[in-house]
Design a protein around this ligand. Structure first.
Ligand SMILES: Nc1nc2c(ncn2[C@@H]2O[C@H](COP(=O)(O)OP(=O)(O)O)[C@@H](O)[C@H]2O)c(=O)[nH]1
Ligand SMILES: [Mg+2]
Length: 409
């Protein structure tokens, strides 16, 4: 079984730029033969986190990705995204597309919350003059909506059985995890939330409503952490708002983003008009003559108001943060030949697995193939050529060969 696939949900109210961000993320600026579809379903697509490819430090000229792509030593590794239906205040009570929204949201492991940092959309998503609406307020309203939805689910569950004292203390955790699995809550999440809420030693049937509220909030934070995309950063009014968003939600949880700039740049790359690698702090014009004076001016604005100001469009930083900092995944490269760093057919570094921090060599073996896990003997660290045992904890960038009694067919 390949590594457990995580799903990144894009949420936010209407007209903040969710679909623009989704397009910008899922668009591939180069032709790649091995992954022609970037959109799986209308609102489900593939984006790519960017890492430095291991082939660079190995002194190899290139690699052969089976999925994703590699550009100038930058490896782009696929991750799955869902563009959640637009959220309006009251959605947790079923207002607007409330139910559709909750349905999309259930499956997500981390949420990118797109906020109109320029303040140019009102609470219902109608366009207004930039600076009119407060994005801090917007972010609070939406996150509150998500917490409310969680609260409703948790409360219903508590009232149905736990409150009546029908379960033993240990069964309570299992019961919660089992019945919340539909919203991607695991036992690990429940335990962590109990600890964060300081409630791990209190029998659930003795909880007050306040206890339950605190737990519900902690569970939401743990099982669906939220990172804010402060979008429309290209509009000057966004600058001060982004500072305030960071003050309120934390520096590391707010990323200034211009989805529109990223989309424009990627389109121009696909037309061979500019050179730009997603995540780069600048681009290069291939041929001036391909642009009208007006387009050249627009490009200069992107350079001045986005790239120079924020160090990039922010889209790549956002995705990398969601995957590496928030979901705490690490990249590892399974190979079969530890000298050539290839699979059995000679492909160099064909795969990058994004695995949870703390994954062991044996768990990796299971992800590659069940049989490899079952008959695991040892693994070899291809960089050091050292053998490691089943309990070896993988490190970011490890290149690993698994040796098993039963060879893969
Ligand atoms: N200036 C600016 N406009 C943007 C940006 N992202 C989206 N927009 C515009 O905002 C409007 C709504 O975008 P859309 O992606 O449809 O929003 P959604 O309803 O959240 O999916 C469109 O007119 C976009 O062109 C951005 O980064 N900067
Ligand atoms: Mg949309």
């Amino acid at each position: 079984m390949p590594p457990p696939e995580k799903l990144i949900g894009i949420v936010g109210k209407t007209n903040v730029g969710k679909s623009t961000l989704f397009s910008a993320i899922t668009m591939i600026p180069v032709k790649i033969s091995n992954h022609p579809f970037t959109t799986i379903e209308p609102n489900i697509g593939i984006g790519y986190v960017r890492i430095k490819c291991a082939h660079v430090d190995l002194g190899l000229p290139s690699c052969n990705p089976r999925t994703g792509y590699c550009l100038n030593g930058n490896r782009f590794v696929p991750v799955k995204l869902i563009d959640v239906a637009g959220l309006i205040p009251g959605a947790s009570q079923g207002r607007g597309l409330g139910n559709k929204f909750m349905d999309d949201l259930r499956q997500a492991d981390v949420l990118i919350h797109v906020v109109d940092a320029s303040g140019s959309t009102d609470p219902e998503g109608r366009p207004v003059r930039p600076g009119t609406y407060d994005p801090v307020e917007e972010a609070m309203v939406i996150q509150n909506e998500i917490d409310e939805w969680f609260w409703n689910v948790v409360k219903r569950l508590w009232e149905s059985k736990i409150q009546k004292g029908l379960l033993s203390v240990t069964d309570q955790v299992d019961y919660l995890a089992r019945n919340l699995s539909g919203i991607s809550v695991t036992k690990h999440h429940v335990i962590k939330a109990l600890r964060e809420a300081g409630l791990e030693n209190k029998n659930l049937k003795n909880w007050s409503l306040d206890d339950l509220r605190i737990f519900s909030k902690a569970l939401r934070r743990v099982s669906k952490p939220i990172i804010i995309a402060a979008n429309k950063a290209d509009i000057p009014e966004a600058y001060e708002n982004i500072k305030r968003l960071k003050e309120v939600f934390g520096e590391e949880l707010v990323v200034p983003v211009s989805s529109l700039a990223e989309l424009v740049l990627k389109k121009l790359v696909s037309e061979n008009a500019i050179r730009y690698i997603p995540g780069d702090p600048d681009f290069e014009i291939v041929d001036d003559k391909k642009f009208s004076p007006r387009d050249l001016k627009a490009l200069e604005i992107i350079r001045k108001d986005v790239l120079r100001k924020y160090g990039g469009t922010g889209v790549q930083i956002l995705l990398n943060k969601a995957v590496f900092d928030i979901l705490q995944l690490i990249p590892v490269y399974p190979v079969e030949d530890i000298n050539k760093y290839t699979d059995h057919s000679g492909n160099i570094l064909p795969d990058v697995y994004l695995v949870p921090k703390g994954t062991t060599a044996r768990e990796l073996a299971y992800m590659i193939h069940t049989e490899l896990g079952e008959s695991f003997l040892y693994a070899v660290n291809a960089l050091t050529k050292e053998r490691v045992g089943e309990d070896y904890i993988l490190r970011p960038g490890d290149i690993i060969r698994v040796v098993a009694a039963k060879a893969r067919r």
